[in-house]
Design a protein around this ligand. Structure first.
Ligand SMILES: [Zn+2]
Length: 239
């Protein structure tokens, strides 16, 4: 069983790069001993960026995934140059893209609370994100939701995380908001993400530190997706 990649992004989502050692190079890509690259999970896309080799060669990373063994693979194009195991490299994410994903992701936590019904699925993009809710009551108007989000964003609330034993999560199933997404368990622990006074839920993704960083957003779409299933899409305002 290979040793799991050290996941630096879980403790500090603002890390843009790190030095690391190459553990393995396969057809799909490169495994490092530690990384700042977020692997696709929980509706959040995998990071893109580059690996800088000791001789200055740049290896573009087009996506990041977790393989069947639980290792984080930095996906590189077939024709791209590759490092070899043992090399020391610098792994750097496309920060502008990741920061937008962090803003959208954090906003979806607020949307989750604004609607306050069970979430059945979701998707995070660079300029917009969506959540599906099992909605039994009245459908809230887009304008009302936009206003609720704007209120919390204007308050510039802190967003923090802490690790708890998985058993604590099992005893408090309401902390798992998205029925279709199981939060990752690292060494028997799960990560809780709290937006000061608004929301608390298990989540392994990357978030901004304060709601003010999300900026201006608008709930742009409200769609019926089957019986009792309602999809809301929220978009970041153009810069
Ligand atoms: Zn999250």
């Amino acid at each position: 069983m290979p040793e799991a990649t050290e996941e630096l992004f879980r403790e500090d989502a603002y890390l843009r790069e790190t030095t690391a050692r190459v553990v393995e190079v396969g057809d799909a890509g490169v495994v490092l001993d530690r990384t700042v690259f977020y692997p696709m999970a929980g509706g959040q896309p995998g990071d893109r960026g580059e690996l800088r080799l000791g001789d200055g060669t740049l290896v573009p990373v087009v996506d990041t995934r977790t393989d069947e063994a639980g290792q984080i693979v930095h996906i590189v194009a077939p024709e791209a140059p590759r490092p070899v195991a043992g090399d020391e490299v610098t792994a750097a994410i496309d920060w502008a893209r990741r920061y937008r994903l962090m803003r959208v992701h954090s906003c979806l936590h607020l949307l989750c609370r604004a609607v306050d019904e069970p979430v059945t699925g979701g998707q995070i993009g660079e300029d917009r994100g969506r959540l599906d809710f099992a909605l039994t009551g009245e459908v809230p108007a887009k304008e009302v939701l936009t206003e609720r989000l704007a209120g919390w964003i204007a308050q510039d609330l802190s967003i923090s995380h802490r690790w708890v034993e998985a058993a604590e999560l099992d005893a408090n199933p309401e902390l798992v908001r998205t029925m279709s997404v199981k939060p990752p368990r690292t060494g028997g622990k799960v990560r809780l993400v709290e937006i000061e006074g608004v929301d608390l839920q298990a989540c392994g993704g990357t978030h901004v530190a304060r709601t003010g960083e999300i900026g201006r957003v608008e709930v742009v779409k409200s769609e019926s997706k089957g019986k009792q299933n309602r999809r809301f899409t929220v978009a970041l305002a153009a810069d």
